[in-house]
Design a protein around this ligand. Structure first.
Ligand code: ADQ
Length: 493
């Protein structure tokens, strides 16, 4: 079998051969171990000068990591990836900014990384690229003459065309994305948004099998919802129930009900609205005052991006205000913890709580929703309250699905979850567990890689013929930097 090359912005740090938890890390590491392979990306370090990749081999997996200079980090990571693409792809154009130099840096880093990877490639490798930091990575490899199969999976939502057009180089980015052989999205909605952009923009056509013919290329576009290993999560939740932090929370709850939320501290996760809906529950149904607490675990991320500093302040303000309004001497309504927990302990904390409260304003999938369900005791499971805007909502109809902008509806859902009869809880849980098992992490990975191998092998002859016959469709959008000539230079000449 051909060697697998995984490319992601961050290569998950390895500790005694175990990666940091998370779908990407667990899912791809399994695949890498099966076929043997290489994981390439940023080491997480800022360096004064970027050298060739540091290579570390563990078993049949090789880790190749590179450092980023401060300028690369600022423009590519903190800038275009996280201050332009992330907010826009999560429908927050109000928080998005565009800076031409940052975009130039984004392209520059993609090209530099592709150049470094090319030196490590063998002719029969297949390459799997991940996430929004690397949209043009495949195009950069193609420009360097790489003809291997290259697939791309987007972990975050893909916005509808009108939203995407808010990113000035949208056409160039989509054009670059068409250099991949397979483009994978979390949901049908995301996949359809990409197809809509292609069709409505007149850039190409789509067959009923999801083969897109655009910009003179033929590629497969589809939904590959990422999963978890539900039985492993269930086991961990049970086994770690005796840990200190779990015992502490059990004691602090003192027999009260618990609503549990766990997220990275990010404005896309809808934390403010979530707190306010909980406040509405306490105000509208005073019965719950003193009888239920909301535990929000949210470790800060990207704290050097300004919008992340703001959400943190807002949230601290809201937690303080709501606690001030309702707290009693022996009861704090919202326990807000800015820290990370070991993943297995987190699963045990989920098991302890009666409600999983997962209400992002927009989310590619949201693995916490799936982990919450899998962590439950099947004999006495908790209830999941889930945003309709999380990709997971397409897959977990047994949740109480809510609109996170409707505070009253969320408060009603919390009340319903807190008093749901055991039979109904068991039925919903069993249904969702069956779905999680049928669509686990290996299903996601295998479906994507099978399609990549298949499309690359079966279609190479046809593709070449179509592409040769269709050179006229290859709209000449420049792919280089500087992206545009700055106005002051034009003025000079
Ligand atoms: P994220 O935005 O990071 O991922 P999510 O899917 O919820 O969101 O994954 C977070 C992971 O981190 C979960 O496995 C969770 O258990 C863990 N985690 C969260 N808070 C933690 C804490 N305090 N301590 C320890 N672990 C914690 C992106 C997309 C998602 C998509 C995933 C995978 O934004 O939509 O589901 O990739 O594709």
């Amino acid at each position: 079998m051909s060697r697998l090359i995984v490319v992601s912005n961050r290569v998950a740090p390895t500790q005694e051969g175990r990666p940091a938890a998370g779908g990407l890390a667990i899912g791809v590491l399994d695949a890498l171990k099966e076929t043997g392979g290489l994981w390439f990306g940023w080491s997480g370090e800022i360096v004064t000068q970027s050298d060739g990749p540091a290579i570390e081999k563990q078993g049949n997996v090789t880790y190749a990591t590179v450092g980023l200079t401060r300028r690369d980090y600022d423009q590519y990571y903190r800038g275009f990836s996280n201050a332009t693409l992330w907010p826009t792809f999560h429908y927050r154009t109000d928080l998005s900014r565009y800076d031409r130099q940052e975009y130039a840096g984004y392209l520059r880093v993609n090209i530099a990384l592709a150049t470094q990877l090319k030196a490590l490639l063998r002719p029969d490798d297949i390459i799997w690229v991940h996430d929004y930091h690397l949209l043009p990575f495949g195009r950069a490899l193609r420009d360097l003459g790489v003809t291997n199969p290259i697939g791309f999976f987007l972990h975050i939502p893909f916005p509808v065309p009108e939203m995407l057009r808010a990113v000035p180089p949208h056409a160039e980015l989509v054009h670059a994305m068409c250099s991949y052989d397979v483009l994978g999205f979390q949901t049908q909605t995301d996949s359809q948004a990409f197809i809509d952009y292609i069709e409505r923009g007149g850039f190409g056509s789509v067959s009923s099998e999801g083969m897109v013919h655009a910009f003179g290329r033929l590629l497969k576009v589809g939904a590959y919802p990422i999963g978890i290993y539900p039985d492993a999560v269930a086991k961990a939740a049970e086994q770690f129930s005796d840990r200190k932090s779990v015992a502490e929370l059990r004691e602090a709850a003192g027999g009260r009900k618990l609503i549990m939320s766990v997220d990275r501290l990010d404005y896309s996760k809808g934390l403010v609205e979530r707190f306010q809906a909980f406040e509405r529950l306490l105000a509208d149904v005073p019965h719950w005052q003193g009888k239920v607490s909301l535990v929000q675990i949210a470790p800060p991320t990207r704290s050097d991006v300004q919008t992340y500093q703001r959400i943190r302040q807002t949230l601290e303000g809201e937690a303080g205000r709501i606690n001030g309004r309702f707290a009693q001497l022996d009861w704090t309504p919202i326990q807000y913890l800015n820290r990370k927990y070991e993943r297995n302990v987190l699963m045990a904390l989920f098991r302890l709580s009666q409600v999983g409260y997962v209400t992002p304003l927009r989310d590619g999938m949201n693995l916490v929703a799936k982990e919450y369900v899998a962590s439950q005791d099947p004999a006495d499971p908790g209830v999941l309250v889930l945003s309709q805007f999380a990709g997971a909502a397409e897959q977990l109809p047994g949740a109480l699905v809510v609109n996170p902008f409707d505070l009253s509806q969320m408060a009603d859902a919390l009340a319903c979850a807190l008093s749901m009869p055991l039979n109904e809880r068991k039925a919903r849980h069993a249904d969702m567990m069956a779905r999680l098992r049928a669509n686990d992490l290996s299903t996601w990975r295998d479906a994507f890689l099978d399609d990549l191998r298949h499309v690359a092998a079966a279609a190479s002859v046809t593709r070449r013929a179509v592409e040769l016959a269709d050179k006229s469709l290859d709209v000449p959008i420049p792919f280089r930097y500087p992206v545009n000539r700055p106005a002051r230079e034009l003025h000079r000449s």
